[in-house]
Design a protein around this ligand. Sequence first.
Ligand SMILES: [Cu+2]
Length: 156
Amino acid sequence: MKKNYDLYPILILFGVATTTPAYAEEAAEVRMLNVGSDGEATVFEPDIIRVAQGASADFIAEDFGHDAVAVAGLIPAGAEKFEGYKNADLSVTFEKEGVYVYECTSHAGAGMIGLVVVGDANANLADIERQYQASSLSDRAKSKLQTLLERVKTGA
Ligand SMILES: [Cu+2]
């Protein structure tokens, strides 16, 4: 009996699609905005993204005046501190598991920060909670970070 080899590529594609986690199928993308969809000024949207270990995220300079820069001491141990240029898109590949806190250098004082959660947040969540009060973040950024960390812990 002759086998129908034409079906094999379809079966292979189906296999890949069913074994890939849902969050890896969409490109992780953060927009840098003057005004967020909820009316808040100078925001990263969404302010928390989750990516698989080894996956990338794009920071899109949709409005002028922003950048995305990792905050020293508030990223996983041994992780590369990413640093974008103002008004430029940035693509970052995340090799180390854990939570990355980043800010916009121009609006850090206004609390323009965001989180990238790579794999399991618990890899360094306790470290960040212990260290962020002593970090270079502004008071408004610390206050926002507290809220964001709560959302990470509750999965919101
Ligand atoms: Cu900004």
